[in-house]
Design a binder for this molecule. Structure first.
Ligand code: ADP
Ligand code: MG
Length: 391
């Protein structure tokens, strides 16, 4: 029986773990301790920090794993690179993992390869943060380079906000520097893709539904995302250049873009699939099981990304606009072929957060339909039939 190690046991990794189990694999789950749903499905659990690259590599070697995989998070990607380099399993290498999980290194690589990205400077202290205002045009965005899920990212429209932004970013980074970049006013969207044996297997552009707090937080996605031909060509060429810049291979790709004046700016590229139901949208849109292909790629088991359809679909996170304890959780939706999933991350009695960043989600909805406008109507209807009460 082949052994697969999955990094992370959270809500994003749960479907990956379940799929690997369904495929008859021996699944080792490695994650820090916590109330994570993936543990229950594992054949074996290691309670370790997924960012501890040496520890992860040591366990991978000890277990003699056949493959390693994660999804929906950047923080575990470096450990995958380390294991790939050290024991020779399939996946992105360490250099590539490092470039794609540190926004400073990523942006430098982008510049070297002519990828269009927002102007930026590296900042080590408050003095340098103020100095950034002299070389960049407002608004700006203060950004931790080692974080994710929109944590440690603050939009700054006025020099008065420097103290707030500085403290906030400092709290969310483990490093002694961060970046300040120009804020691109435009439409945010993204793409999922996969590179296997140095060939791009598919590129699926998707629309993003955004929540605006300290920065933008993607809370939903939809496909297809129709773009004018020239913009789509620009997207493909920016993405190809980014893949070269970061040397990504044998991995899923999660790309964040902003479209401004018909030009695609690359915000960031991760060497793993997106969170927020994005793998489910890939599976629904194309008609192949994306989690299964991720696992197959990790095990060099001939992944097949064969497009069966272009099924319009969308997903959205369930969120709460206040914090509290759940007293009532009612899903008033009758089952329907176009409702693919309605799931809650919490139960009655659990405490939930007021939504600010991606990890404050309380559940998710995935729907499909004949046309995109029908899909979006269905999404809103389903959302409206869900009632969460707090005390
Ligand atoms: N230069 C920028 N211009 C406009 N918005 C930005 C910029 N950088 C980040 N954002 C906003 O902040 C969000 C999070 O930033 P991102 O770089 O994607 O980090 P992460 O998703 O890892 O937290 C983006 O989805 C976007 O809404
Ligand atoms: Mg992002």
């Amino acid at each position: 029986m082949k052994k697969l190690m999955v990094l992370g046991a959270g809500i994003s990794q749960l479907p990956l773990i379940k799929t690997a189990k369904k495929m008859g694999l021996y699944v080792i789950v490695l994650s820090r301790q916590g109330d994570y749903p993936g543990f229950a499905w594992a054949d074996k659990v290691y309670y370790e920090d997924t960012t501890d690259t040496d520890k992860v590599a040591e366990i991978a070697r000890l277990e003699g794993i056949d493959g390693i995989c994660t999804t929906g998070t950047d923080v575990a990607v470096k450990s995958i690179g380390k294991v790939v380099d050290e024991i020779g399993v399939s996946g992105l290498n360490y250099e590539s993992a490092q470039l794609s999980s540190n926004k400073w290194e990523m942006k430098q690589a982008f510049m070297e390869h002519g990828v269009r990205t927002a102007k930026f400077v590296k900042v080590k202290n408050k003095e340098e943060a103020y100095a950034a205002f002299e070389v960049l045009s407002l608004p700006l965005i203060f950004k931790a380079v080692d974080s994710g899920a929109s944590k440690g990212i603050v939009k700054v429209t006025d020099i008065e906000q420097v103290d707030y932004a500085y403290e906030k970013v400092r709290r969310d980074t483990k490093l002694d520097f961060f970046i300040v970049e120009e804020f691109i006013e435009g439409t945010e969207f993204g793409a999922q893709a996969f590179v296997y044996n140095n060939e791009i297997q598919f590129i699926m552009p998707h629309g993003d539904l955004m929540f605006y707090g300290d920065a933008g937080v993607p809370i939903g996605h939809y496909v297809p995302y129709e773009l004018p031909d020239e913009v789509e060509q620009d997207l493909f060429s920016q993405l190809k250049q980014s893949i070269l810049a970061l040397q990504l291979n044998n991995c899923a790709i999660n790309a964040d873009f902003i479209l401004k004046d018909e030009k695609v700016f690359v915000l960031e590229i991760g060497g793993r699939a997106g969170a927020t139901c994005l793998p489910e949208l890939v599976s629904t849109f194309y008609g192949f099981d994306y989690y299964e292909q991720m696992v197959r790629a990790a095990l060099h088991m001939n992944p097949i990304f064969s497009v069966q359809s272009f099924q319009p679909c969308a997903c959205e996170l369930l969120l709460s606009d206040k914090e509290g304890e759940i007293t009532e959780l009612v899903n008033g939706n009758a089952s329907h072929v176009d409702i693919i999933q309605i799931s809650f991350d919490y139960n009655i009695g659990d405490k939930i957060n007021k939504f600010r960043v991606g990890t404050d989600r309380i559940g998710q909805i995935i729907v499909k339909g004949g046309r995109l406008d029908e899909v979006m109507n269905r999404l809103n209807e389903v959302k409206g039939n869900i009632n969460v009460q707090l005390k």
